[in-house]
Design a protein around this ligand. Sequence first.
Ligand code: IMO
Ligand code: MG
Length: 423
Amino acid sequence: MKKVDVVLGMQWGDEGKGKVVDVLTPNYNVVARFQGGPNAGHSLHFNGKSFVLHTVPSGIFRDGATNIIGNGVVIDPVILLDEISQIETMGVDCTKRMKISKRANLILPTHRILDAANEAAKGKSKIGSTLKGIGPAYTDKIARVGLRIGDINSAEFKNRYEALKASHLATIANLGFTDFDITEYEAKWFESVEALRKFEFIDNEVVVNNLLASGEAILAEGAQGSLLDVDFGTYPFVTSSNTLCAGACTGLGVAPSRIGNVFGIFKAYCTRVGAGPFPTELFDETGEALRQIGHEFGATTGRPRRCGWLDLVALKYTVMMNGTTSLIMMKCDCMNDFDTVKAAVGYEVSGKQIDWFPYEANDVEVKPVYKEFKGWKCDTTKCRTYDELPQELKDYIKFIEDYCGVPVNIISVGPDRSETIFR
Ligand code: IMO
Ligand code: MG
């Protein structure tokens, strides 16, 4: 029986999952999303065109690939339908290429309002949510009151919707949040729910395991990053799902023993959007240079991303929890002009040096201990083989491999599909 390979973000999201999935898809018959929702923004660049996917798996543009939205995903029908319409203008028939889990929970219009009301109530301790209703939708899932894709076909759907909406409105009123009007969005939401009926709603756990049994190659596409995991991320500054590899098991219905390769994507530096600890964050011109050269502005919200040096302590921590078998390095080309490059190899916390990501990171100063590397100072974007890369960059990569104990098997040297080196 085949195994499911998993692609994950190893940092705080925005590592380049869209590009990597798109590049890996020719080796897979199926691409499946297993957690998160429209808070994700996965960018793809090919044939001079760019695309940002939020809910649709990044295999949608490859002929012959089946795309599955798994049970662990939360779906806003309006955003999903918008996305589908845009993809279909490129001549791609999504109804043929994509199937949706009956068990995926729905994001209601009032979940979005709740998200905004919760954030407003937090004042200064805001999480910096994308405000897509992710937290409230997962809250209802865990509270066992959520509505799911499979419920769309139930005669009770509208009644259950109204009951849930009424309870949301009561909570929103309790929070003193009044600045909203869902009339227009709600109308669009119901139209989109209707339009979703043209898709096949599946028992994804059965479909996925049958596909494996028949020898199909499946790639599970993570959203967000390991450091935003609800259990192991920098809680409460996290998203509301398990972004780690384990999430692929619960979000698709596959057993842990059915997980194969785990591809961990990381940027050659770090970024974070939203609030929360970020030990290697730079507040100087180097941080600004990374933001400008790397176009570090949110694909979902347009917010400027916080930028800093690569954090190997954090990377090793997420490698450990994900069982990462291969690392994939993105955007080293953004540092081509740097004289020196740094990476954190330890932290100093309350006068002690440690080499793991501390629970206390929200409350105490976590001071990175850096190792400095000589910059490679040349254009790497035309390199297509590992041998062509400058020695200084190879040294940087070798250090990362030794520190994390995992090989760096793919190196991206530019946003396009073609700008990729396989080792
Ligand atoms: P992709 O898949 C980066 C962050 C938000 C916020 C926190 C909680 O593109 O890598 P939420 O909307 O989930 O309530 O926000 O998580 N966040 C992301 N940051 N990339 C993402 O997705 C993210 N999805 C959520 O900025 O700090
Ligand atoms: Mg993104």
